[in-house]
Design a protein around this ligand. Structure first.
Ligand code: ADP
Ligand code: MG
Length: 359
């Protein structure tokens, strides 16, 4: 019986011996064909959750449900799952083609069919010229592609990947990211991808589950999470350069709401207030691209000084400081003409300011 692709995680908890509560009341519904990313800092429980879904780790309480069936007690080999890890273990004495075909040889599948599927995957992953080699004669990226091919050849119902690109250099990681997305889209297999890298999460996931301290912080599309972070943790974790965050107070004056930014007051749009109400002390936040240059006499223009300038050629990140002011990061055009040490005036777009309770 094959898994069609709908996965439900219901009130799942994991306690390890020594009172380690690694996963807390995890609730998630995943639909067929989705590419889900679990993202969060090291130690937040991503691997534990993935291993419970795979059946490699026992579930302390709650349920993992596949196509409506509770699978808590179903052994991994009966879950129609394929996994790829960071430390993918290829068989060193087998040629690439035999490594790829190995999972099918374990089943009773005809030689012609095995060869047809191996050739199809080798073509998709650009491994055709490497089939006669052994893993020792491959680069890191090539090995990782062989591991992907080997995992996918059984046509699993669910594909689980745990930081599969962590050992690759930055350029190769970007390439492999795209290969994995393309492969997943072509095969249409429900996929869960674990990473601590928010860029990987933002670029790969159709939906992202942001996890911290074993707790699901937010589950949504990359855009939803970027535009409307549910809390302070998500706001600070997703986005690079980071969202500017500072301690603030709300002030109301003649019917208009303001918040404090260091020694100044800036107007705020009240529709940005957190849904669960406000409890001071508060944090305010704004993305670096939502701070813009201003004229010195413009209302609510803020004077600051350029401390560091990082220009990638495509855009400039400007790090600003000021007396009695929080530091602010601004992302602007690459042709920005300011110099380190220079004073500049900026303005914060009021509709782009977020307010967060400090948890
Ligand atoms: P991540 O994959 O997000 O880095 P893990 O799922 O590996 O996080 O770990 C989550 C928490 O559970 C951490 O605090 C880790 O130390 C703890 N943990 C993981 N595996 C075990 C284990 N076998 N025994 C005890 N604690 C563990
Ligand atoms: Mg991990």
């Amino acid at each position: 019986r094959n898994f069609a692709g709908d996965l439900q995680i219901s009130k799942v908890n994991k306690w390890y011996p020594g009172d380690v509560h690694a996963v807390k009341d995890m609730d998630m519904e995943i639909k067929r064909g989705e590419f889900i990313v679990f993202v969060g800092p090291s130690g937040c429980g991503k691997t534990t959750l993935l291993r419970m879904i795979a059946g490699l780790e026992s579930i302390s309480s709650g349920e993992v449900v596949m196509d409506g069936r509770i699978v808590n007690k179903v052994p991994p080999k009966n879950r129609d799952i394929a996994m790829v890890f960071q430390n993918y273990a290829l068989y060193p004495n087998m040629k690439v083609k035999d490594n790829i075909a190995f999972p099918l040889k374990m089943q009773h599948i005809g030689k012609t069919e095995i060869e047809r599927r191996a050739a199809e995957l080798a073509q998709k992953l650009e491994l055709e010229t490497l089939l006669e080699r052994k893993p020792g004669a491959l680069s890191g990226g090539q090995r990782q592609r062989v591991a992907l091919a080997r995992a996918m050849i059984r046509k699993p119902g669910l594909f689980l990947m745990d930081e599969p690109l962590a050992n690759l250099d930055a350029k190769l990681r970007t390439e492999m990211r795209r290969e994995i997305i393309t492969l997943q889209r072509e095969l249409g297999v429900t996929t869960i991808y674990v990473t601590h890298d928010q860029t990987e999460a933002m670029t790969m996931g159709t939906r992202i589950a942001v996890i911290n301290g074993g707790v699901l912080q937010q589950f949504g599309t990359p855009q939803e999470i970027y535009r409307n972070p549910a809390n302070l943790f998500v706001a600070g974790f997703i986005g690079s350069p980071n969202m500017n965050l500072w301690d603030t107070k709300l002030v109301t004056y003649q019917g208009q709401h303001y918040l404090t930014l260091g020694n100044t007051h800036i107007p705020i749009d009240v529709s940005n207030l957190p849904a669960d109400g406000l409890r001071e002390p508060l944090k305010a936040g704004i993305r670096p691209e939502h701070i813009v240059p201003a004229a010195p006499d413009e209302p609510h223009a803020v004077r600051m000084k350029i401390n560091i300038l990082e220009n990638t050629g495509r855009e400039a990140a400007v790090f600003l400081t000021g007396a009695d002011m929080p530091n602010l990061t601004v992302v602007t055009d690459a042709d920005f003409s300011g110099q380190v040490g220079q004073e500049v005036y900026i303005r914060l777009k009021p509709e782009k300011i977020h307010l967060f309770n400090i948890e």
